[in-house]
Design a protein around this ligand. Sequence first.
Ligand code: ITP
Ligand code: ZN
Ligand code: ZN
Length: 224
Amino acid sequence: MFKTMSFERLLEKATSHLLLEPDWNAILQICDMIRAGDTQPKYAIACIKKKMFNQNPHVALLALQVLESCVKNCGVGVHEEIATKTFMEDMRDLAKNSKDDPVKNKVLELIQAWAYAFRNSSRYRAVQDTLNIMKAEGFTFGPLKESDAMFAADTAPEWVDGESCHRCRAQFSLTQRKHHCRACGQVFCGKCSSKSCALPKFGIEKEVRVCDSCWDKHNGDAIS
Ligand SMILES: O=P(O)(O)O[C@@H]1[C@H](O)[C@H](OP(=O)(O)O)[C@@H](O)[C@H](O)[C@H]1O
Ligand SMILES: [Zn+2]
Ligand SMILES: [Zn+2]
């Protein structure tokens, strides 16, 4: 039984300068490891980012293709890592400093696709902001291919704020703490959100806090 390759080995394989085209098998295994929770999204994105800044533009482009697949397939854990001000600044630096057109064009294509995919989510506003800044700086973005912005994993809903539990109306206080359901994004007291479950449709394989009604929807005998 062959031992599953470590994340680092898979990333080396997927970004080897000897590759003539992407190693999709290695890329999909990387996505599986992140979705399964074997590799934390933060660590995975940090490793991929190092490869993006590799001196060899061929390695950098392959790293961007690994990144593209992770954003498409691994859901909210990866989205929270890339849709940040710092990561978007890194992408902008890469587009600015890269002498290699394929690398630069790939960065522009990704930023544009992500800005479209996250267009309704204020939580990921850093992407749209970066797109606007780069347009103002004179970067020309090609036509958007909507297929690039179709993600296998939906993005989890934004978290709603509130001063009382969405289900039982209990007022939050120093002792009555707020909690959020990852499935519907609503705010609840501890009693109404004491359960947890995986949310594969959002690319969340590990158990996370959900409210009682979302738990029933995802686990009850109700016909799903
Ligand atoms: O513990 P607190 O200081 O009340 O902070 C709350 C916890 O971080 C909750 O995390 P959780 O949903 O994982 O419990 C989060 O949903 C709330 O928005 C925060 O206000
Ligand atoms: Zn409640
Ligand atoms: Zn819920």
